[in-house]
Design a protein around this ligand. Structure first.
Ligand SMILES: [Zn+2]
Length: 330
C-alpha cells in the first residue's frame, strides 16, 4: 500500500499536521518504521520552468547546492543524483521525484511543501516531490535579496523533509502585531517557520539537523562515536506526550532536540557528541503545536520548564544513563 504524506514550510504559521518529530514514521504490526530512502543515490528531477526572477537553470543549480549541503554531512551516508529536467508537476503520482515551482496564491502562508509516496509496509520512500510557491518572490542571489525569499534556504529545509526528517522545535518566535509570527532565533534548519525575506541563514545545517540526518542514514562509525539519551517525562507518575526535550552540550554550544512520542512519555535523542549535556524539558509553544503533531494527539502543554537534576553524559556509542524528568503543572 502506498500513501501520500505531506509537509509544508510556512512563512508565518504552519498548518500541516504530522505525527512525529525528527523522523517521519509508519506503524506496522505495532512496530514503528522510519520513513527513509533505501535506493541511494536518490534520483531527482527539476521542473523545466522557472518563476519570476529565477530561470529553470538557476532553479536547478540552487536545488543541486541544497542537496549538496545534506550530502556533505560527513556522518551521514545519503547521496543524490540529478536525473534531468522534467515537464512533470510536483505531486503527480508518477514514481519520479520532481522539484519545481507552482503558483498557489491561495496558500498564502506556505512557501513550499514536500510530499511523499511511501510504502506503508516497509517505510521506504518511493517518490518525494517538492513544490515552491511562485506566488512569493524568490531569489537565487548569493548574498540574498532583502525583498525576496532565499530559494536555497527553503530548499535545504524542504530537502530535509524529502529525506524523511520532520520539524525541530528549536526556535523562538514572537507574534507580530499584524498577524503571524516572526522568528527571533532558530537552532535548526528544520524549524518550521521561515526567517523571512532576505535571510540566507538556513543554507547552513545546524547540529540538530546533522544529528537527525546522521541518525536516519548513519555513515560508518557514526553510531559507535555518538551517544543516545533515552528516558521518560512524567507528571504525577503518568507519561507526558509531546514534551520538547533538548540536550545542550555546553562545551560545543550545540543543541539537539526531540519529543516524547508516546503516552508513557518516552523519548530518545540520538547522535549526541560524547560528553556532558544539560537536559531541559519544556512544553511546546501552545500556538504552534500542529507544526509538530497531528491535532488528534492530546499534547500536554500545561507544565513548567524542568531540567534533569544532573548532567547527562553521552557515551561514545550506545545509551547513557536513563533520564527521568518529573515535571510540575503550570
Ligand atoms: Zn517544514
Amino acid at each position: 500500500m502506498k500513501r501520500w504524506l505531506c509537509a509544508a514550510m510556512a512563512v508565518l504559521v504552519f498548518a500541516q499536521p504530522l505525527d512525529a518529530y525528527l523522523q517521519f514514521s509508519v506503524m506496522r504490526a505495532g512496530q514503528t518504521r522510519a520513513l527513509k530512502w533505501q535506493r541511494i543515490p536518490v534520483r531527482w528531477h527539476a521542473a523545466d520552468r522557472g518563476a519570476a526572477g529565477v530561470s529553470a537553470s538557476e532553479f536547478q543549480a540552487t536545488m543541486a547546492r541544497a542537496f549538496g549541503t545534506w550530502e556533505a554531512v560527513p556522518t551521514a551516508s545519503i547521496a543524490f543524483q540529478f536525473a534531468g529536467f522534467s515537464g512533470a508537476e510536483p505531486f503527480d503520482d508518477d514514481g519520479v521525484s520532481v522539484l519545481g515551482f507552482q503558483d498557489q496564491p491561495d496558500m498564502e502562508r506556505v512557501l513550499g511543501a514536500t510530499g511523499f509516496l511511501v510504502d506503508t509496509v516497509t517505510g521506504d520512500i518511493v517518490e518525494a516531490d517538492i513544490f515552491f510557491n511562485s506566488a512569493f518572490p524568490w531569489s537565487t542571489s548569493a548574498a540574498g535579496d532583502p525583498n525576496r525569499f532565499d530559494l536555497e534556504s527553503v530548499a535545504v529545509h524542504e530537502i530535509g523533509h524529502f529525506l524523511g526528517l520532520g520539524h525541530s522545535a528549536l526556535g523562538e518566535t514572537e507574534v507580530r502585531p499584524e498577524g503571524g509570527r516572526r522568528v527571533l532565533a532558530s537552532g535548526a534548519v528544520m524549524f518550521p517557520i521561515s526567517f523571512g525575506r532576505g535571510v540566507t541563514h538556513d543554507r547552513t545545517l545546524q547540529p540538530d539537523d546533522i544529528a537527525g540526518v546522521s541518525d536516519l542514514y548513519p555513515d560508518g562509525d557514526f553510531r559507535s562515536q555518538t551517544g543516545i539519551a533515552r528516558g521518560r517525562v512524567t507528571r504525577n507518575g503518568g507519561g507526558v506526550l509531546g514534551a520538547h526535550v533538548v540536550a545542550f552540550n555546553p562545551e560545543r554550544g550545540e543543541l539537539v532536540g526531540g519529543f516524547t512520542l508516546n503516552n508513557d512519555g518516552e523519548f530518545e535523542i540520538a547522535g549526541l557528541q560524547p560528553g556532558p549535556h544539560i537536559i531541559r524539558v519544556e512544553p511546546l509553544d501552545d500556538a504552534d503545536v500542529e507544526s509538530f503533531f497531528s491535532a488528534r494527539n492530546p499534547i500536554d502543554l500545561g507544565f513548567l520548564v524542568t531540567f534533569f537534576n544532573r548532567l547527562f553524559i553521552a557515551p561514545s556509542g550506545g545509551q547513557g544513563e536513563t533520564v527521568t524528568v518529573a515535571v510540575r503543572p503550570k
